[in-house]
Design a protein around this ligand. Sequence first.
Ligand code: MG
Length: 302
Amino acid sequence: MRLATVNVSGVARVGLVDGDSVRLLPADAGDMVTLIAHGRAEIEHLAAGPGLEVLPLTSVAVMAPIQRFRRDVLCTGWNYWDHFEEGRGRREGQEVDKPTAPTFFTKGPNTVIGPHDEIGLDPYISVKWDYEAELALVIGKRCRSVSKAEAPDCVFGYFLANDVSQRDLQRRHGGQWLKGKSIDRTMPIGPWIVTPDELDVPEIRLELALNGKVMQSALIKQMAFPVAELIAELSFGMTLEPGDVLITGTPAGVGNARDPQVFLKPGDEMEVSATGLGALRNRVVAANLHGTTDLPSMGPRA
Ligand code: MG
């Protein structure tokens, strides 16, 4: 099952994607988070109902599949060892030992945009805008302290994310991730949620191309801590709820770790794609996010 949120005449509707068309669920069925909480059987029941509208995908705007967040987006750092290693010596004195358990942090939900939306880049806010292709998942049922064996049953489905990051803001505020990954409208997700039965998750190839050049390419089985282990560790004493989103880390090839370094600029086109999950295509455009602040620019001082 592939579930999308689409804009139909200004209204966000959930539908099942089938090839080049989308079958809209009843308008009063609720949003994606409500439907996920009801479970797959209820969604299948609704989808089999009479009189559902079927539209060509090209006739609607595909939105971020999840529009409502009850908490921050849950995130994983350093979950591919080749990405951990490529960062050595580039963390500006904030070096750490190789982790023995997953690294977690969160980012604000105001980062989330649709799979084809533009990303507004303001060089006043940061001069080190970077990309990160990631596999994302959404939790399907309430869970706490689940075992690794139980964890896969907690996942409703998978999609893609581009965890666009500001490397200078990560370093400036204590070597953390929250502030360097929470700039408004910088994380495209989607294009739709694919249920696990349609995927062979370890064999998914995840890629990011910048202006047509492949910059990141890895198999999900290269993860340092696989999805089941991430959920077991994250839910350890901490309840996860239906609709909670977890992004699972990025592989090697980020711009900050390249020689020479590559940072995003207006006009750049990014494509994140993966086996069975479709693609995110986002253009970077110039934006003013700093308004009338009295803080100085992060750029070179005049
Ligand atoms: Mg990331």
